[in-house]
Write a protein that binds this ligand. Structure first.
Ligand SMILES: Cc1cc2nc3c(=O)[nH]c(=O)nc-3n(C[C@H](O)[C@H](O)[C@H](O)COP(=O)(O)OP(=O)(O)OC[C@H]3O[C@@H](n4cnc5c(N)ncnc54)[C@H](O)[C@@H]3O)c2cc1C
Length: 366
């Protein structure tokens, strides 16, 4: 037990940092109250690799490393680590973890520190620790001149997918615990192979975690006001962005209007012409080239050909045919469009809609 007057710690935030800090303090003899605004459900995430070494640290650090990593130098699901820390906290007599407690202000004087929730409940301790993430209330209190963290320069899309949902041919190519990095113009995609939901480690039983460090939306985020002066604004960040992309896609549908509806069960032909901004011709050509194969692979595609108009470098015509309207709809709302539409708008003159013509097929009666 510490022989000092500080005995009770308040921690704001009960995620990985707050839980780990709480365990470290409790095992050092402090009583701890962790205040977390969220409910007790586990959060989604991608993966983390935790190391069990090194050996010259304190006993508490060794224990906690072992706990967080489950004793292996493995890549593991973020939520698996969170769950293990939560269970350890639940079994730790010195810690109270309180969910549904959003802290709205913190303060301190010579002898104590406190946090007040939006329900106006005040939690007092001998000292207070901020583990409340990137929009920290505690940081705002301590550094009023720099209340928010800088935007790192990219969005991160994180998640995990059950390997058995991915093509079976690829299962054996992946090694458990390996991380793969793919760089592209849109950023870096990191994937890692980790034990699955039941802890299964055989091909087909595992999770594939992914983190896509995506810097291709920065311009759009600024346009939407989600990013201001290098600081991410807290206004349901991604929602307006999704809405914009969806609106864009919807307006592409709408362009066909009635004639598209008429072709419901027949094949649909789209002729789309677009011109590159001056100086962006080569980039746009590369972009169009990259779009061909994925579009051809979309279900219901009959033809997808990209052309550059002879004598007009930078003017492109795409000729596409789809088995029916549903196939075209599926193609336009494919997840990759979220990324591609804003990229394309950066490269081309005017709007996508202006250049689209839908051709209504007709044939001789016999
Ligand atoms: C959805 C998501 C998934 C992620 N996945 C990964 C991943 O797979 N791998 C990786 O390495 N990194 C990932 N990260 C990055 C992540 O920031 C770190 O891994 C790690 O979560 C940082 O831990 P932390 O405890 O410092 O902060 P956070 O995890 O951000 O935790 C802050 C906690 O404080 C709580 N809180 C905030 N404000 C208040 C308040 N006013 N009152 C009470 N509670 C409050 C929040 O609800 C949250 O639980 C992810 C981040 C997010 C948002």
């Amino acid at each position: 037990m510490p022989q000092n007057k500080f005995e009770h710690a308040i921690i704001v935030g009960g995620s990985l940092g707050g839980l780990m800090m709480g365990l470290a303090l409790s095992r050092s003899g402090y009583t701890v109250t962790i205040l977390e605004r969220a409910d007790s459900s586990l959060r989604n995430g991608a993966f983390i690799r935790l190391h069990t070494k090194p050996s010259r640290n304190s006993e508490i650090e060794r224990e906690l490393r072992h706990l967080a990593s489950s004793g292996d130098n493995n890549v593991e699901a973020w939520s698996a680590i969170q769950e293990r820390l939560r269970n350890a906290v639940a079994n730790e007599p010195g810690i109270t973890l309180q969910h549904h407690t959003r802290i709205v202000s913190v303060g301190q004087n010579e002898s104590s520190a406190w946090a007040t929730s939006e329900e106006e409940q005040t939690f007092k301790g001998d000292f207070l620790i901020g583990a409340d993430g990137y929009r920290s209330i505690v940081r705002r209190y301590l550094s009023p001149d720099k209340p928010f963290a800088d935007y790192a320069g990219y969005l991160v899309w994180v998640g995990k997918v059950d390997e058995k949902l991915l093509p079976k041919n690829d299962w054996k190519k992946r090694q458990l615990s390996s991380a793969y990095f793919n760089d592209s113009a849109a950023g870096t995609l990191t994937t890692a192979v980790m034990p699955g939901i039941e802890g299964g480690t055989n091909p087909g039983q595992r999770w594939i975690g992914f983190c896509w460090f995506d810097h291709s939306h920065n311009h759009l985020l600024s346009e939407l006001g989600v990013l201001k002066g290098g600081i991410a604004q807290h206004k349901r960040g991604i929602l307006p962005f999704e809405k914009t992309v969806k609106q864009k896609i919807r307006s592409i549908y709408k362009l066909g209007g009635i004639s598209m509806n008429d072709t419901k069960n027949r094949y649909v032909t789209v002729l789309w012409e677009a011109r590159a901004k001056a100086g962006r011709e080569a980039e746009m050509k590369a972009f169009m080239t990259a779009a061909v194969t994925p579009s051809r692979n979309d279900l219901g595609n009959i033809d997808y050909e990209a052309h550059e108009v002879e004598g007009q470098p930078g003017t492109f015509i795409i000729y596409e045919r789809w088995e029916n309207r549903d196939a075209l709809d599926r193609h336009l709302s494919a997840p990759r469009m979220q990324e591609l539409v804003p990229q394309l708008l950066e490269l081309m003159e005017g709007s996508i809609e202006e250049g689209i013509r839908l051709l209504q097929p007709f044939r001789p009666a016999q």
